[in-house]
Design a protein around this ligand. Structure first.
Ligand code: IMP
Ligand code: MG
Length: 409
């Protein structure tokens, strides 16, 4: 069996945590390869909700866990998460790559500082210091996880830089001591370990964070995250060959959400949006902010499927659509009277794009069961398969791990 990459096809919060947890049984290990603690991956088991920001979503199934070199690592968040898991009787069998870029309290301050400079054009970042940490990496000013673990942690130049714009530099010794404890005995070579598992005949799962449309290069810049979010970053971010990427499964919600600023052509600004937000519990798992709600957007999805080379899709939150009287999907945008279904072309003028909708048979009021989708839901799924030319191999019918319907087995 080959490796599997789970990647978000929208603006994040597609339900990747649930899908990773669901499939984890089949894999030896789960690997985070991008982003940092800006992610919030939710798993619900028997009414209990677990949110992970850094630990891969295979922890509740006691899988081997890896945090790869492409991740921006906040050791304090990780410490809290490991403590939460241990309190639940779990154990994090975790290896962190030595090359991981660290996130210190300084990068979080820079995140807030820069958002302040942007004023009304603020991105609405999670303020977790993710963009600044990657930027400090590019400037070669920030030590890596391995540098800290080896006692070669030198912040002198970084602090000199920070002094040029921060009024106060926080005391870093306490942070350093706590962080060292988290990293102790946990650092290693993640790419090498993944390759060794594969050579021994085991498969691993790569867990993407954020979504394709938040990609630093291919997303809706500047309203994007500070890292790469597409499946092609798996080999680059882990230091493994392209052939080790394996299959790519995209995760999409049956509607669309977005947190923070930026263009959102299918945004629903009336009561229906409010209702979906409430029913779908669409509040940020990391920041608690209300998420913006919109109809399913096939223009964006097509772009994301192509960019990631996704051969199948997991469609989540179908049960929420069953609470809405109407069901619409966007097939194209109209910009200045001209229609396009090419997201890449539309991107420079996305804020002016008017959605062209196809009205679908409503799923409203129908009961969704794991063993049987109502006809209208099945029709929506088949419509997506035709339009996107991919199999929808899983439909999520509720937040619980068990509320999952497998198609095309
Ligand atoms: P940053 O990643 O904190 O720099 O935030 C940049 C943009 O990405 C903001 O609009 C955030 O709301 C969004 N974002 C970052 N991480 C996530 C995520 O995991 N889910 C959804 N949106 C995210
Ligand atoms: Mg999330």
């Amino acid at each position: 069996m080959s490796n599997l990459c789970i990647v978000g096809l929208q603006w994040g919060d597609e339900g990747k945590g649930k899908i990773v947890d669901y499939y984890a049984d089949k894999f030896q290990a789960v690997v985070r390869y991008n982003g940092g603690s800006n992610a919030g991956h939710t798993i619900v088991i028997n009414g209990r909700t677990f949110v992970f920001h850094l630990l891969p979503s295979g922890s509740l199934k006691r899988k081997k866990l890896f945090i790869g070199p492409g991740v921006a690592l906040d050791p304090i968040t990780l410490e809290e998460e490991i403590a939460m898991l241990e309190k639940e009787g779990g154990h994090a069998d975790l290896t962190i790559d030595e090359r991981c870029t660290l996130v210190t309290p300084l990068e979080k301050q820079m995140d807030s500082f820069i958002e302040g400079l942007r004023g009304s054009n603020a991105i609405g970042t999670t303020k977790r210091g993710i963009g600044p940490s990657y930027a400090m990496r590019a400037l070669r000013l920030i030590p890596r996880a391995g540098d800290l673990a080896k006692g070669e942690f030198d912040l002198t130049s970084a602090i000199g830089f920070y002094k040029s714009f921060l009024k106060e530099i926080p005391e870093m010794d306490g942070w350093k001591e706590r962080s060292l404890k988290v990293l102790a005995g946990r650092t290693g070579d993640v790419g090498g370990e993944v390759m060794r598992l594969n050579e021994a005949g085991h498969s691993v799962m790569f867990e993407g964070a954020q979504g394709t449309l938040l990609d630093l290069v291919f997303g809706t810049y500047p309203f994007v995250t500070g890292a790469h979010t597409t499946a092609s970053y798996v080999p680059a971010g882990l230091g493994i060959p392209n052939s080790a990427l394996g299959d790519v499964m995209g995760v999409a919600k049956a509607y669309t959400t977005r947190v923070g600023g930026g263009p959102f052509p299918t945004e629903i600004l009336d009561d229906t949006g409010e209702m979906i937000r409430k029913e779908g519990k669409e509040y940020g798992a990391t920041t608690g902010r209300p998420r913006r709600i919109g109809w399913l957007d096939l223009v964006g999805l097509k772009y994301a499927v192509r960019l990631n080379g996704a051969s199948e899709i997991a469609l989540t939150k179908m049960d929420i659509l069953a609470k809405v009287k109407e069901t619409k999907v966007c097939l194209a945008y109209s910009i200045d009277g001209e229609e396009t279904s090419d997201f890449s072309k539309a991107m420079p003028r996305l804020s002016e794009a008017k959605p062209v909708y196809q009205v679908m048979r409503p799923i409203y009021g129908q009961e969704l069961r794991e063993d049987n989708l109502p006809r209208a839901a099945e029709q929506l799924v088949e419509f997506l398969e035709d339009e996107l030319r991919v199999n929808v191999s899983l439909v999520s019918t509720g937040e619980e791990r068990s509320a999952t319907m497998q198609r095309h087995v």
